[in-house]
Design a protein around this ligand. Structure first.
Ligand SMILES: Cc1ncc(COP(=O)(O)O)c(C=O)c1O
Length: 430
């Protein structure tokens, strides 16, 4: 088995294989083994799609039982037992206890399908065309979702010009005290600002791909209040930081807000493809079959998702565990920053998403490479890859996490030692 095969037969668009150049084979919880039997601790977590880890025994058991009894695999959007049970579990375990009276729309299999749907729905509901999104936002790569995504690397004017989108500064985008919600209010209230009232504002409460930028609860509340006052749909993109990542099931719970529309994907299907849009009843202005597609709901993802909602979310225990583990990660990240203050400038995060930022160009990629060599998978985030991002499965065992954090320590130390030669840094930069 040779990794060169991928170069020969797979498109140049390949991404993560370049950061983690080996052939992976087996995985359990937060450990992955490659074909040579080398173990890697997974701090990457399928970019947020593996919150429940790899091959969770409860998921595997449920899937095997479902397949063995010839449970339906593909039903388009017909009613099935698997979908019935998932809808019921989501209502009973997640939505109702939180007072969230949402209906669920099943959309195409990946996150961007949810974003695309949410934008289309908001525009239809409000009968307006423009949408506001934020600096460093990441919402996916279909045309509508890409239009509200910040990073210019993903844009291509031949594919389509991002029309009808206004970009505003995210919370704390500027070093100085400028509040973009106040700015938006002024735009909306000034008839000659040239700013159309948008159909929707789309926001991540924590920008994962954008570099682990955490919006304050107060900023989110102000944004929600402004949208309510001006009758603008507030879309919370929970694709990366929902599903328990911050400790609460939804990352917006800490702000006590109720968005009009929520997009959820990644771990809702425990790593199997599933993407859903949650909407208030009055927002559900679709006519039957108006927004459709073949793969709207994957029965195996329903079975797996239901199993995890039942297993982890009936009590608060899981949330407490997530918060406790997150505190440990934060402490270790802060210690790394203190040890190498000339290389690391900031530590940010919440719950089990953490980022450590470097002000030295390409330094985080160097740490990621050193980590990979030592048996740790950890990716970079941010427009310049300037942030190392921790996104391990929420169910990671303490021993796996400690081992991964030790490997990260070693990788950071090695990268500091190599930076002068590998990055052309001045000797003794520290
Ligand atoms: C916040 C957010 N929205 C949307 C997406 C797009 O999801 P997908 O890659 O499944 O299309 C992502 C992917 O990372 C994301 O983090």
């Amino acid at each position: 088995m040779n990794i060169d095969l991928f170069e020969k037969y797979e498109s140049n668009v390949r991404g993560y294989i370049r950061s983690f150049p080996t052939i992976f084979d087996r995985a359990e919880n937060a450990t992955i083994w490659d074909v040579d039997g080398k173990a890697y601790i997974d701090f990457f977590g399928g970019a947020g799609s593996l919150n429940y880890g790899h091959n969770h025994p409860v998921v595997n058991e449920a899937l095997i039982a479902y397949i063995k009894r010839n449970g339906i695999t593909n039903a388009l959007d017909k009613a099935t037992v698997a979908k019935h049970d998932f809808l019921l579990a989501l209502q009973e375990i997640i939505l109702r206890p939180r007072g969230l009276g949402y209906k669920v729309q099943f959309v195409g299999p990946t996150g961007t399908n949810g974003v695309e749907t949410a934008l289309k729905l908001a525009r239809k509901k409000m009968q307006r065309t423009t949408v506001v999104s934020f600096t460093n936002a990441y919402h996916g790569h279909t045309l509508g979702a890409l239009a509200v995504t910040g990073n210019e690397m993903y844009h291509d004017s031949y594919y389509g010009v991002p029309l009808n989108v206004s970009k505003m500064p995210f919370d704390n985008y500027f070093d100085h005290d400028m509040d973009s919600v106040d700015m938006l209010r002024q735009y909306f209230e000034d008839g000659s600002s040239g700013f159309d009232t948008p159909a929707a504002v789309i926001v991540e409460s924590i920008q994962g791909e954008g570099g682990v930028n955490v919006a304050s609860a107060e900023w989110l509340r102000k944004l929600s209040q402004l949208c309510g006052e001006k009758e603008i749909m507030l879309i919370l993109d929970e694709i990366q930081v929902g599903n328990g990542r911050t400790g609460d099931f939804f990352s917006f719970e800490r702000a006590g807000i109720t968005p009009d529309i929520v997009t959820l994907s990644k771990s809702i299907g425990t790593g199997l493809p599933m993407s859903i849009v949650l909407m208030r009843d009055d927002v559900d202005v679709w006519s039957p079959g108006e927004h459709t597609g073949t793969f709207r709901g994957n029965s195996h993802a329903f079975v797996a998702g239901t199993a995890m909602l039942e297993h982890y979310w009936r009590t608060d225990t899981f949330s407490s565990e997530i918060r406790a583990k997150g505190k440990k990660v934060e402490a270790r990240f802060r210690a790394i920053r203190e040890r190498h203050p000339d290389y690391f400038s900031d530590v940010r995060g919440l719950g089990m998403i953490w980022g450590i930022e470097s002000s030295v160009t390409d330094f985080c990629s160097l740490v990621s490479r050193e980590a990979f060599e030592r048996g740790l998978l950890m990716e970079t985030a941010g427009s310049e890859g300037q942030v190392l991002k921790f996104l391990a499965p929420l169910v990671i065992r303490e021993d796996e996490m400690d081992k991964g954090l030790d490997l990260l320590d070693a990788a950071a130390d090695a990268a500091v030692a190599k930076a002068p030669t590998e990055l052309g840094q001045e000797e003794g930069a520290e």
